[in-house]
Design a protein around this ligand. Structure first.
Ligand SMILES: Cc1cc2nc3c(=O)[nH]c(=O)nc-3n(C[C@H](O)[C@H](O)[C@H](O)COP(=O)(O)OP(=O)(O)OC[C@H]3O[C@@H](n4cnc5c(N)ncnc54)[C@H](O)[C@@H]3O)c2cc1C
Length: 448
């Protein structure tokens, strides 16, 4: 393929030794065979790959950390523009800013910024790409203090479908800057991100508390009350999942972004509740906190997710969740409740493309299993639970948790900002060249 001679990175083709590994994404349910994978090393490589695909009329998928559940980082028979070679990270300690390449993941990002005691809201999995995560919004442990990842985005370098290299920030291409903060990968390839950083750690008080399922209803009601009055410094995630003893249990994961001397008082009520099966809350390195959930989500496992935001964790909803985990067909499945609020909610709904800032929680049904023969039963369980919870949830959903769920769900993800996003799409990608994503069709496109 002539592209191989035109880029400084690598082109990986079917039959190459690296192809089988390079075509895989995090979700083992996705099994696609691109015609070629352009592993770009520079922004020029990205522009060249875009021009090549346009000339050859090849569909294009863009790959950051390849974590999205829908598998949009790859495609059948097209060209994958893989940013794995764009790994530069440059921290400006004095300005508390960082520039990071489009192929950096959160493990690499956190490691680099923590050298200077800095961080920004980032992914809970080290292998998640900063790119897809930030472009969709970015919910993380620090969000109640500092907002979403996209709220900390200061500027971006973008290569458009027409091959233009744009420096984008609040003053330059402000419409595109608005759309990049929550609108996903619809508008071009981001080759570099610049973020605001904050003093974090090196240690924070954090860890897990777990209760038996018999106590789960009371514990979740208590959790609801704790969340309602929590200061920004405290974030608590809830979960229902199978414990090491094979029985379902309720879990909390708390992270306190406050000086250690004050932090204990903030988690004291959680620690005093009931008779926990586990309490490993202790001062931990921020870098270790950012890996706590990693063992639960190995790459390659089969996954099917459903999600919605939730305005109120009602008793009825709690009852449905607790009953559902008793019937869960796989020990790897997790029902996750993510506390929102704090700084996330203090940004106006139309200030960035990410609208859904007011809900109290995000509810995530993370179905995971190993044997392909178990696919139907696991997907059916997740769909049934989602159907039961939907009337008690908001129709709104986080774009980064969407599978392949149709255009209405994409509209639900972008909410009041959808219309404006279609106009930005029309301006920067009128031919819908970037369409392997939660797709925003250009304004004026014929209705499907
Ligand atoms: C185990 C697990 C845990 C997660 N936890 C969280 C969490 O706590 N909070 C949260 O907010 N999300 C979480 N996510 C969801 C995560 O935000 C999304 O999966 C996100 O899309 C991952 O970004 P990525 O770069 O790894 O993905 P990719 O699959 O590479 O990309 C996602 C989308 O962005 C596009 N894209 C990627 N890179 C670029 C680029 N440089 N320029 C333009 N478009 C690009 C892709 O084409 C694709 O459409 C989690 C996901 C997993 C699998």
């Amino acid at each position: 393929m002539r592209l191989a001679a035109e880029i400084t990175g690598q082109v990986i083709m079917p039959g190459d030794a690296k192809y089988e590994t390079a075509r895989r994404v995090w979700n083992g349910m996705i099994d696609r065979r691109p015609a070629a994978i352009a592993r770009c090393a520079t922004a020029d490589d990205v522009a060249t790959a875009i021009a090549f695909a346009a000339d050859e009329r090849m569909p294009v998928a863009v790959r950051g950390g390849a974590h999205n559940i829908a598998g949009n980082a790859t495609c059948d028979d097209g060209l994958v523009i893989d940013l794995a070679g764009l790994k530069r990270i440059e921290v400006d300690r004095n300005a508390r800013r960082v520039r990071a390449g489009g192929g950096v993941n959160w493990g690499e990002f956190d490691h680099a910024t923590q050298q200077d005691g800095l961080a920004t809201t980032g992914g809970l999995m080290p292998s998640t790409g900063i790119a897809g995560f930030t472009l969709g919004g970015g919910l993380g442990h620090l969000m109640r203090s500092y907002g979403l990842a996209c709220d900390n985005l200061l500027s971006a370098e973008v290569v458009t479908a027409a091959g233009a290299r744009l420096q984008v920030d609040a003053e330059h291409h402000p419409d595109l800057f608005w759309a990049l903060r929550g609108g996903g990968g619809n508008f071009g390839v981001v080759t570099e991100f610049e973020f605001q950083l904050h003093e974090v750690g090196p240690k924070l008080l954090a860890g897990r508390i777990q209760h038996s399922l018999a106590d789960a209803r009371d514990a979740l009601r208590f959790y609801r009350d704790v969340c309602a009055s929590a200061p920004d410094e405290l974030i608590v995630y809830g979960s229902l999942a199978t414990g090491p003893d094979g029985n379902p249990r309720l879990g909390w994961r708390a992270v306190v972004h406050a000086p250690l001397a004050h932090a204990e008082a903030l988690v004291a009520p959680l620690r005093a509740f009931g008779s926990p099966l586990l309490d490993d809350i202790r001062p931990q390195r921020y870098l270790d906190i950012q890996r706590i959930v990693e063992p639960a989500f190995p790459p390659g496992r089969l996954n099917y997710w459903k999600a919605n935001f939730v305005d109120e964790l009602s008793d009825e909803l709690i009852g449905i969740l607790v009953d559902a985990v008793k019937r869960v067909p796989s020990p790897y499945t997790i029902i996750a409740i993510e506390q929102m609020g704090g700084a996330v909610a203090r940004v106006a709904e139309t200030a960035t493309a990410f609208q859904h800032r007011r809900p109290a929680f995000s509810l995530l049904i993370l179905s995971g299993w190993v044997n392909p023969a178990d696919t139907d039963v696991n997907v059916a369980w997740a769909r049934e639970l989602w159907k039961l919870t939907s009337p008690l949830s908001s129709p709104a959903v986080y774009v980064n948790y969407l599978g392949v769920e149709g255009q209405q769900r994409v509209r639900d993800a972008f909410g009041v900002n959808h219309e404006r996003l279609t106009q930005v799409k029309q301006k920067y990608d009128p031919g819908n060249f970037f369409r392997f994503n939660q797709n925003i069709e250009p304004a004026g496109s014929p209705s499907p």
